[in-house]
Design a protein around this ligand. Sequence first.
Ligand SMILES: *Cc1c(COP(=O)(O)O)cnc(C)c1O
Length: 381
Amino acid sequence: MIKKYYLLSPGPAPVPESVLAAAAVPIIHHRTPEFSKIFMEVTEGLKTVFGTKEDVYVLTSSGSGAMETAVVNLLSPGDKALTINAGKFGERWGNICKAYGVAYKEIVVEWGADYTKDQLSAELRANPDVKAVFCQMSETSTGAVYDIKGFAEVVAPTNAVLVVDGISGMGVMPCPMDEWKVDVLLSGSQKSFMIPPGLAYIAFSPKAWKLVEVAKCSKFYFDAKKARKNLLDKTTPWTPAISLVIQQKKALDIILGMGLEQMYAHHRILGDATRAGVKALGLELLARNPGNILTAVKTPAGIEGGKIVKTMQGKYMAYIQGAQDPNKGKFFRIAHLGYMGGFDVITALVALEMTLTDLGYKLEPGASVKAAEPILRENWA
Ligand SMILES: *Cc1c(COP(=O)(O)O)cnc(C)c1O
C-alpha cells in the first residue's frame, strides 16, 4: 500500500499548505521597511491571540527559549519561585530555575491529576516571599489543563507574578492575558500557531516589567529589555527567522480570519470526538481534567505500551506520541491541535483500532468511529 504520513503529535503539529508555500519566496532583509511591515502585522496579530494590549515579543528559538526568557528576565539568583510540576514541562520550570540559581519550591502534582486555585492560594500564604509562580496552561506530557483564570485570581492580589506556559494551550483554549490578569504569557510557533518550529512568543504585564527592571539573572540573547528597545524600531535585536515570520503572518490570517472563538469551538469538537472514540473502545483517559489539545490514553492491561506507538508509527505511519519518562509505556497521546480537521480524528481512531487489534486487544471494529462520528457530524459547521 502507499503509506501516507499522518502527523498526530502535540507539537510539531501540521501546517496548512498555503502557509508552507508562503516560505518559498526569496529571503528579504530584516532591517528593511518591507520586513518591518510584516513583522509589525505579526506582533499585532499575536496581541489579539494573547488577549493583551502589551507588546508580544517574537524570539527565534523553540518554546523553551521563551520559558528561559521568563525566568532570567523576572528573577535574580536567590529569588524564590514556585513551580508547578505536573509533568515533563512543569518539571522544566524547575530545571531552568536551577540553572540560574533561582531558589524554587516545586509543587509536585501526580501526572494527570488536578491542582486547584485553593491549593495554590494556600501555598502562596505559606510562602509569602515567592516572587513568581510558574505553571502550564496545558501540560502536554499528560493532556491535563489547569485553571489559569483561578490561578490568576489568587496570584494577582499578592506581590508575585503569574507566568503561564501556553505553548500547547494557546489557540486551542482561551487564556485572555489582560482580562484574567496573567503577568507573563508565552507560546511557541509549532503547535496551534500553525507554522513550523522555530519561533517563540512572550508578553509581560506592567507588574512583570517592574521585576524585569531589577532582575539580575545572567542573560544576553534572551534579554527582554533589548527586545523592547528594538520593537520601538519595528525590529528584533538579532536576525529573526525571517521565513517563519512571513509564514506566521499567513497563519495568523487563517486563525484570526476564522476567529478565536471558532478556533476554541473547533478544538472542543475534536477533543469531544476523540475522547468519545477512545472511551467507546473501553479505554481510560489519563487526565482528570483533559484539555482539547491532546488526549492521553492509558495503555490497556496486557498490552505493552511501547508497542502501540511503535505499531501506529511504524506500520500505519500515524505519528501519535508515547508517554515520556518516568511513565514510558503507561499511556499514549493523540493530538488534535492546530491545523487538524475532523477527519484527522477519524484517522487517529481507526489507526488506533487497527493497532490494538494487531496487538490482541478485543474490540469491535468501528466502535470508536461510531461514537465520534455523530459528534463531528452534529457540530460540523
Ligand atoms: C512543546 C512544549 C514545550 C517545549 O517547547 P519546545 O518548542 O520543544 O522548546 C514547553 N511547554 C509545553 C506545554 C509544550 O507543549
